[in-house]
Design a protein around this ligand. Structure first.
Ligand code: ADP
Ligand code: ZN
Ligand code: ZN
Length: 762
């Protein structure tokens, strides 16, 4: 008997359910996990508890802690302190979630109950989704900041506000790591005002970055016509759009999406993890207004869920987002565009381990939609598909406005060392060119693809490298930033970039007790410091995951670059991604060929892509660009082909190697990881599975290993792996299923195995 009907209709369309089945089959994942990844988070229906400060609470706060101490004598001074902190955190006009309040101030449920009784705070409950439409609180500077008797923290906030045009979302000020009460004090002293604004407010900031649309040039128009024709047929029509950097692909995507809309269809644009730049968002809003739903990584689960329902109700027919936007519940799908289709962030690195690009192709097939995979450096997989005739190909080989490609020069760092007798981070040529660029009033970008100050700390006496407690990974040294008075704030400086483990720099080598620890390998933080020494007059900015934590950070850095406030930008591969800064005429590349030595069959492809993409940032405006690549491998084809902007030559070469070695795209590949916190267990299980593969007659499958995984230990878990290669995709999945069944039979728990089909890193 049917007891109750939970939903009138299925939450997921039949098309998405079919897609889920395909993913489960192809990636050998439980279908439940796939469905979970497709759905918005359940928190949508969950009520949440919020607290507001009352007038009585504000009065108590301003009276100070000591005054009421006799009345509140039942609580210890520590508890009173926490109450004070909590009141301070609750600023007028804002309702704060219990969890946020508790983690920020350490306030307990008992203390909150007491504060409720005293009517210092009020509680309200609200559905999470309503909160998603919450207001953003802005701090607005209202007076001249140079007033006497301001402490350092207060000055820091005022300086930050002054530096950002006088206003900033309050949340972004928390980054300054000053006590939350500081802002409250500034408000009390009427130096700063808090304003509530709808969350969309910052779009007006963005629109400053919007450039008017251009009439498409003939190459763009031809690409658009081809795609539009595909949209109209209601047939599955995959296209690979190979368009060099600066050929104007974005304009084509947007126009094609508009065409789909005009025909009553919807469209999805997938972008890489940090590909949704503020400039792109501005363009999208300009083009599609309220029809667009943006699904970026900075959304809270509630906001994401809100967007999901907007899409499902048909209020937004254009969806732009990262990886999981491929599951957007749109109806009448007419077009999917995958921008920068080669980007490895399309692969999900947790269960279900789907590749959003390939999933997008399958979704388009199920929907009878057109799909465009676009890139200046297509993946070998997509290129191979095009060559086999599975994808039609569109080429855009010229930059817009006949702008020339930048000239790429290689600096042989071996010769540099011989001639100068010293190892320098920056070559003489790069220094000279940078100086000349800055002198001409132009901008330069320097890629140093590691964050932190030094990425190896080594003992001179015994050679020991300082490693993470939990992972087989070198610790990265982060230099403390000195405050204006020369002090360095306390904090731990050695960091594991995998698990987040932190520790202080030890005074002595943990192995041999020598004092001679030294720091090797320059990261972007050190790059910035050196550049400041070499070019004291330069206005330097840094872009890496330490300086870009939230969306606002990226936006502000790019604005400063656009406006010319920054004329020299150093950073990790983040700087290579799609930015369109017209003043940049010089790009320097430092140490990017290091990656050629990594034990990864895609190493050459990755280096080629990175060099091509970062070179593509130069000369996008009126003035031509130059790229200087410092390298120890000036003859390697990944470097020479990138220098000549010769994608085809690179692909020829790389395809031969892949074919010979039976690597993708000539074989399907899966990585089977065996993991356990106990070394013996992981080793034993991997040997068991290895023997099974050896003894089983497997047609058309090659098995490598078992061996210790390249990252042999992560977060205290030991890892071994087997690599499977098969010419037929179906064979691979079948073999993996058999192997899992065997593992089950011999008692290897499923949670100790990771199956990664089409792994992007082994
Ligand atoms: P890609 O993504 O191919 O590297 P973009 O789409 O970022 O290139 O476009 C590069 C630049 O060219 C942008 O500044 C864009 O505004 C501009 N642009 C695009 N189409 C045209 C056109 N038809 N005429 C002039 N400029 C254009
Ligand atoms: Zn030592
Ligand atoms: Zn670690």
């Amino acid at each position: 008997p049917v007891l109750t009907i939970l939903d009138e209709e299925s939450i997921l369309s039949p098309q998405l359910l079919d897609l889920a089945q395909w993913i489960a089959q192809y990636y050998v994942a439980p279908v439940g996990e796939v469905l979970r990844a497709m759905l918005p988070l359940m928190s949508e229906v969950k009520k949440q508890e919020l607290y507001r400060i009352t007038d009585a609470g504000r009065a108590a706060l301003f009276e100070g802690a000591e005054q009421g101490s006799s009345r509140r004598s039942r609580r210890s001074p520590e508890e009173q302190d926490i109450e004070y902190k909590a009141l301070n955190y609750l600023e007028p006009g804002e309702a704060v979630r219990t969890a946020t309040l508790r983690s920020a101030t350490g306030v307990t449920r008992e203390l909150l109950a007491g504060m409720l009784r005293k009517k210092w705070i009020a509680r309200e409950t609200t559905a999470a989704a309503r909160d998603a439409r919450r207001m953003v609180r802005y701090a607005v500077l209202v007076a001249d900041a140079r007033l006497p008797k301001l402490n350092e923290n207060q000055q820091a906030i005022l300086a930050e506000l002054a530096g950002s045009g006088g206003e900033l979302p309050v949340a972004e000020l928390r980054r300054l790591e000053v006590p939350a009460s500081t802002l409250g004090t500034l408000v009390k002293r009427e130096l700063v005002r808090i304003e509530e604004r709808p969350a969309e407010f910052h779009l007006t900031h963005l629109s400053k970055m919007h450039r008017p649309a251009h009439t498409l040039n003939p190459a763009q128009q031809a690409a658009l016509d081809t795609i539009t024709a595909a949209v109209e047929t209601n047939e599955f029509r995959p296209h690979l759009l190979h368009g060099i950097t600066g050929s104007g692909k974005t304009a084509v995507y947007l126009a094609a999406m508009q065409r789909a809309l005009d025909r009553g269809k919807s469209a999805i644009l997938l972008v890489p993890e940090i590909g949704l730049t503020p400039a792109m968002a501005a363009q999208l809003h300009h083009a599609f207004g309220a029809e667009v739903a943006l699904l970026h990584s900075a959304l809270t689960p509630e906001e994401r869920s809100e967007q999901w329902h907007r899409i499902r109700r048909g209020e937004a027919r254009v969806v732009v987002g990262t990886r999981s936007a491929v599951f957007a519940p749109v109806d009448h799908l007419g077009l999917i565009v995958v921008d920068e289709e080669h980007d490895s962030s399309y692969k999900q690195e947790s269960m279900p381990r789907y590749h959003a690009r390939d999933t997008a192709v399958m979704r388009a097939k199920l929907a009878g939609a057109a799909i465009v995979l676009g890139s200046a450096t297509p993946s070998l997989e997509s290129w191979h598909n095009a060559r086999q005739g599975r994808y039609a190909q569109i080429e855009m080989h010229r930059r817009v406005m006949e702008r020339p490609m930048p000239k790429v020069e290689l600096v042989d760092m071996r010769r540099e060392f011989q001639e100068t007798g010293q190892e320098h981070l920056f070559s003489r040529a790069l220094i000279e060119r940078t100086q000349a660029t800055l002198d001409r009033g132009e901008q330069a970008i320097i890629l140093l693809n590691r964050r932190g100050y030094s990425f190896v700390v080594m003992c001179r006496a015994c050679g020991e490298k300082l490693e993470c407690e939990n992972c087989s990974i070198s610790l990265t040294y982060h230099k403390p930033v000195t405050l204006s008075d020369g002090r360095a704030p306390a904090g731990q400086r050695l960091e594991c970039h995998y698990c987040g483990y932190k520790r202080n720099v030890p005074a002595r080598c943990p192995k041999c007790d020598s004092e001679h620890l030294y720091f090797l390998g320059a990261g972007s933080q050190q790059g910035e410091e050196r550049l400041q020494e070499i070019f004291p007059g330069a206005r330097i900015g840094r872009m890496d995951r330490d300086t870009v934590r939230g969306r606002g950070d990226m936006e502000r850095l790019l604005m400063r670059l656009h406006s010319g406030e920054i004329n020299l930008l150093v950073g990790t591969q983040m700087i290579a991604k799609g930015h369109d800064i017209h003043g940049v005429t010089l790009v320097g590349v430092v140490g990017a060929d290091f990656a050629l030595g990594l034990p990864d069959f895609r190493a050459a492809e990755r280096v080629f892509q990175l060099l091509t993409q970062v070179s593509g940032r130069a000369g996008r405006g009126e003035l031509p660009g130059t790229v200087l690549v410092q390298t120890y491998h000036p003859d390697h084809y990944a470097i020479t082909c990138a220098a000549e902007h010769d994608f085809h030559a690179f692909v020829e070469r790389e395809m031969k190697y892949r074919k010979w070695m039976h690597y993708p795209p000539f074989a399907s590949l899966a990585n089977l990881i065996i993991q356990s916190p106990h070394l013996e267990e992981a080793a034993g299980w991997s040997a068991t599975l290895g023997r099974w593969f050896q003894s089983t007659q497997l047609d058309g499958v090659r098995v490598l290993g078992p061996a210790t995984a390249p990252l042999a230990r992560i977060k205290r878990i030991y890892r071994f792996h087997l690599v499977l290669k098969a010419e037929k995709r179906g064979v691979l999945a079948r073999t993996l299923r058999m192997a899992l069944a065997h593992a089950d039979a011999v008692g290897i728990p499923r949670r100790n195995l990771i199956v990664d089909v089409d792994a992007v890193s082994l």
